[in-house]
Design a protein around this ligand. Structure first.
Ligand code: TYC
Length: 105
């Protein structure tokens, strides 16, 4: 909706500004490669926390394994932070060093 001009008695006129509404920033959640976490475990993580099927999870796991990192998904900040916490806790519980991080998209 158009914002009307605001006039004051002293001849001050404020021109309407374009609304400065930016969409909230999105964050990539990434897995990083290491030499110890089993491939099967990474596939389970991708299925369990990122809703991938076996085929999708295998593609992403192999990308991380070969290239060093890979994107699990893109989310608003609080969702991304929760994924990182949950994956990290799950990996530690199973005594794997798997690293999961987030970065602004
Ligand atoms: N490089 C690991 C291995 O050879 C597999 C692996 C893949 C580990 C992805 C972490 O994010 C990862 N067992």
């Amino acid at each position: 909706m158009a914002t009307p001009k605001t006039s004051y008695g002293d001849n001050t006129v404020l021109e309407p500004q374009q609304a400065q509404v930016k969409p909230p920033p999105l964050y990539k959640v990434l897995l990083l490669n290491d030499d110890f976490t089993p491939m099967d475990f990474v596939v389970v993580v991708l299925q369990q926390f990122f809703n991938m099927n076996l085929e999708q999870a295998t593609v992403v796991m192999l990308k991380v394994h070969r290239e060093g990192k890979g994107i699990c998904g893109v989310f608003p900040r609080d969702v991304a932070a929760t994924k990182v916490e949950q994956v990290t806790a799950f990996a530690r519980r199973h005594q794997h060093p798997l690293a999961c991080v987030m970065e602004e998209n």
